[in-house]
Design a protein around this ligand. Structure first.
Ligand code: UDP
Length: 356
């Protein structure tokens, strides 16, 4: 069997690393890897291939830097060419980026079956590019790998045939279990004690809205009067901040370049609280039993909020300083299990192979 995996963005490298390793260990299945080029910086792409031992992509499309429409359109055309040449039995896509949607659209029109990992996630906010990408991909897919009960319910509510839907757990939990022993301290931070707050900000709804971004940064400045904040800064956010000349950030806010996965997990292991608008980082905070403040109006990972380990603090309507205080020091039950058993990658590959 030939599986063509399509990836392009940071969280997809991490998810695909789990499944690609299992594919390599499994007889009777060959993987063709397409990297669309959506993320291309060394610290947003290469470092993950090196650290997570992902093999060199068979096809590098080098498509990035444009608008959503430009990128998606160019990706569809380039992916279609590869699929016609490679003739895979399955196309495997992850998550909710433009690369996910482009892969799904190219495959569905060639009648190549699609498996979607991290299916059924919904924010019910159609202004998010990710929401459009995931809804359309789910409706084109033949196998939908949902991480949670909620995701399964969301797909059911949209009338998707339940035979196609498999609740398999979350591959990011597999990744955390597999790599956590290899976590390493980032070289970019000097000696620091374990009371720091780890923060990431990159969602378009925060970075493209200067009022929201200013409110987040104002909140961080207040928090930085008492705490050290480590902020590995996504290139999109860094670009916007550069254009805010009047912005003054307190010395306690330590801005560093985006870190690799192993350094990120060291930061997650050693921080006291996580503040983020990332989907993946919300879950990883929980995997490391760290409370999380989510800097968004809503989250797809509602079970974290229901379990009381994550609180939504929408910049502007909620006070992120109060939200942080309410989560500081929270002890999280070590037995709480929301995302499977760490065997998701194997489980989903077994299902694809049986479907053949
Ligand atoms: N991540 C990383 N280095 C960083 C920031 C994040 O390795 O500097 C990892 C993080 O641990 C998680 C993934 O990137 O596994 C999340 O990606 P991102 O926040 O870009 O996307 P999202 O999960 O929101 O789609």
């Amino acid at each position: 069997m030939k599986i063509c995996t399509i990836i392009g963005a940071r969280p997809q490298f991490i998810k695909a690393a789990v499944v690609s390793r299992i594919i390599q260990e499994t007889d009777g299945v060959e993987e063709i890897l397409i990297h669309t080029g959506q993320h291309f910086d060394a610290n947003m792409s290469d470092v993950f291939f090196e650290e997570l031992n992902i093999r060199k992509p068979d096809h590098q499309l080098k498509i990035g830097g444009g608008t959503h429409g430009q990128n998606t359109g160019r990706m569809i055309e380039a992916i279609e060419n590869v699929l016609i040449a490679e003739k895979p039995d399955w196309v495997l896509v992850y998550g909710d980026t433009d690369s996910t949607l482009a892969g799904a659209l190219a495959a569905v029109k060639l009648h190549i079956p699609i498996a979607h990992v991290e299916s059924g996630l919904r924010s019910y906010n159609r202004r998010m590019p990710e929401e459009i990408n995931r809804v359309l991909t789910d409706h084109a897919a033949n196998l939908l790998f949902a991480p949670t009960n909620t995701a399964v319910g969301n797909l059911k509510n949209e009338g998707i045939d339940s035979d196609k839907v498999h609740q398999v757990g979350d591959v990011m939990y597999d990744a955390t279990l597999y790599y956590r022993e290899s976590a390493k301290r980032p070289s970019s931070i000097e000696e620091i004690d374990d009371k720091f707050i780890l923060c990431t900000i990159h969602r378009a709804e925060n970075t493209d809205d200067l009022t929201r971004l200013t409110r987040i940064l104002d909140g961080l400045n207040v928090i930085a009067e008492e705490h050290i904040i480590i902020l590995p800064l996504h290139p999109r956010t860094a670009g916007v901040i550069k254009r805010m000349p009047s912005l003054k950030l307190k010395d306690n806010i330590k801005i560093i370049n985006p870190v690799g996965f192993l350094e990120m997990h060291w930061l997650l292991q050693h921080c006291s609280v996580v503040m983020t608008d990332s989907g993946g980082v919300q879950k990883e905070a929980f995997f490391h039993r760290k409370p999380c403040v989510t800097l968004r109006d809503e989250t797809e990972w509602v079970e974290l909020v229901d379990a009381g380990v994550n609180i939504l603090a929408a910049p502007g309507s909620a006070d992120i300083v109060l939200a942080l205080k309410s989560m500081m020091g929270l002890e999280i039950d070590k037995k709480l299990n929301l995302y499977g058993d760490g065997q998701t990658g194997k489980r989903l590959l077994d299902i694809i192979m049986v479907e053949k």
